[in-house]
Structures are given as structure tokens and as C-alpha cells.
Design a protein around this ligand. Structure first.
Ligand code: NDP
Ligand code: 8X3
Length: 250
């Protein structure tokens, strides 16, 4: 059993990779920070009797994505699970004041990155008539919130692509599932606020957000479902969050 997880150096991807390894999956882990991928693989191998493989590249770079997947050792090509997780928000500005470089980073990572990785890996699944693609969307792909504009647009695109993948892969027996989480405390806000820890911490003030392990729990549930069952879409928030903009904070 093989799982391929993008964005595994922190947050959801890191916890999902460890969880899938605990379930006996050999894991291919992607991200840009190679030292963190190496540390993760070392940790996994110490904990679980599985193999690991590093796929260090930037999902925005089309050639790197295809080169990496094409050059996987043959024994790593029978990928059972792809978790399209790598993604980010950069900035929180009104559209009229938006930073176009920030927009491009989000569009290239969250939208094109998912497309490139899926285009590279899905054929390995369709040719076997087997596989499960798990797309990490967001509540921001269901609703918009003030100043979320482009991030929300990229996650709405993931929501659409999830439906499109489900349709296009229907006849091949490939499961496709979107997980759309609400606020979760990871490196997400630190990245969004460009390293401003105070601003990042403030996002989670006054309530208990989701954590990465909560999302790994969901992934574990999904991959343990019987072969004939496919959850297409799943929105998950912490108790204190009702929708994209409404929180009950103390
Ligand atoms: P983190 O910032 O903790 O993790 C993001 C991961 O994505 C890192 O491993 C990072 O690795 C990787 N990544 C970012 N850009 C690239 C890139 N260009 N190429 C390869 N890898 C990349 O955030 P989360 O774990 O919270 O985010 C994971 C996903 O969940 C994202 O898609 C995010 O939009 C989504 N999400 C997050 C929510 C939250 O509140 N935290 C809620 C809903 C959805 P590296 O920097 O090493 O490349
Ligand atoms: C991340 C959650 O609410 O900040 O996707 O958009 S939110």
C-alpha cells in the first residue's frame, strides 16, 4: 500500500503522512523543505515498519512535478492514495488593495499545483483501476469571507475540481474525496501573515481550533471505508466555528 502526500513538512500533511504510515502505508512525502522531509521520514521509520520516499519539489513547477513522478522507482508507482494537501494563503487584503504576487502564489500553488500533481499521478491510478484521491479544500471553498477573495477563489476551484475528478474517474473505480476544514492551528496563519507570529496567534484567540490530528483522524476514517463506499465531500470545523465567518469566541 502506497500513499503520496503533498505538503508533508508541516500541519495536515505531516500528520496525515504519519497516520497513514501507522496504518501500514509506505509513504511518498512532498514539500519544499528537504530537511523537514528527511526528519519526517526518519521519524516514521523509527515508529513504523514501512518504507518512505522523498519527493522534494515545488508543486508550482510543472516540470519538477512530472519529472519527480516519472522518475519514481517502479515499486513506488502503484500509488493507492494521493493526498493533494500542499497549499497556502498569503495575505488578507481587500481585492482593491491586493498584492498580485500574493495572488499568483496562491493560484499557482493551490490550483495549478493540484492540477499538475493530479495530472501526473491520476493515470497511474486509472491504469490500475484503483486509487483514492483526497483533496484538501477548505471552508473557504464553500463560502467567502472579507479579504479572503483570492484564497477563497482558489479553494472554490478545488471544490469544483474535486467534483470534476469524481466524474472523470468514475468509470475507473477511483475514489475522490474533498475534506473542507475550517480554522485549524498549523503553520497556515504564520504563512498567511508572512512570519508575523502575533498576527498568526491572534487568529486562534478565544476558542479551540481544529488541529492537524483532527484531519488525520478523518483521513484514517476515509481510507478504512469499505471498497464500495466513497465520501465525496466533507466539511469539518471546530465546535466554535459555524461557518467561514462565524465563531463563538470567549
Ligand atoms: P501548513 O502551512 O502547516 O502546511 C502547508 C504545507 O504545504 C507545508 O508542508 C508546505 O511545505 C506545503 N507547501 C506550500 N507550498 C508548497 C509548494 N509550492 N510546493 C510544495 N509544497 C508546498 O498549513 P496547513 O497544514 O494548514 O495547510 C495544508 C492545506 O490545508 C492547505 O491546502 C491549506 O489551504 C488547507 N487548509 C488549511 C486550513 C487551516 O486553517 N490550517 C483550513 C482549511 C484548509 P513547504 O513549505 O516545505 O513546501
Ligand atoms: C483555511 C481556513 O477560514 O482561514 O482554509 O479560510 S480559513
Amino acid at each position: 500500500m502506497i500513499a503520496y502526500i503533498t505538503g508533508a513538512t508541516s500541519g495536515f500533511g505531516y500528520s496525515i503522512a504519519k497516520r497513514l504510515a501507522s496504518l501500514g502505508y509506505n509513504v511518498i512525502v512532498n514539500g519544499r523543505r528537504k530537511h523537514l522531509l528527511e526528519a519526517l521520514c526518519k521519524e516514521i521509520k523509527q515508529l513504523y515498519p514501512v518504507e518512505t520516499e522523498i519527493a522534494c519539489y515545488d508543486v508550482r513547477e510543472q516540470e519538477s512535478v512530472f519529472h519527480s513522478v516519472e522518475n519514481l522507482p517502479n515499486q513506488w508507482k502503484d500509488i493507492d492514495i494521493l493526498v493533494n494537501n500542499a497549499g497556502l494563503a498569503v495575505g488578507l487584503n481587500s481585492l482593491q488593495n491586493g498584492d498580485i504576487d500574493d495572488w499568483n502564489r496562491m493560484i499557482d500553488t493551490n490550483l495549478k499545483g493540484v492540477l499538475y500533481v493530479t495530472r501526473a499521478i491520476a493515470p497511474l491510478m486509472t491504469q490500475r483501476g484503483k486509487g483514492h484521491i483526497i483533496n484538501i479544500g477548505s471552508i473557504a471553498g464553500k463560502e467567502v469571507y472579507p479579504n479572503g477573495n483570492v484564497y477563497c477563489a482558489t479553494k472554490h476551484a478545488v471544490d469544483a475540481l474535486n467534483k470534476a475528478m469524481r466524474l472523470d474517474m468514475l468509470k475507473y473505480g477511483i475514489k475522490v474525496t474533498q475534506i473542507a476544514p475550517g480554522a485549524a492551528e498549523t503553520e497556515f496563519s504564520l504563512v498567511r501573515f508572512k512570519g508575523d507570529k502575533k498576527a498568526a496567534d491572534a487568529v486562534y484567540d478565544g476558542y479551540m481550533p481544529l488541529c492537524a490530528e483532527d484531519i488525520a483522524d478523518v483521513v484514517e476514517y476515509l481510507v478504512k471505508l469499505p471498497p464500495h463506499v466513497c465520501i465525496n465531500d466533507l466539511t469539518i470545523t471546530c465546535l466554535a466555528q459555524a461557518n467561514a465567518g462565524n465563531f463563538c469566541k470567549k
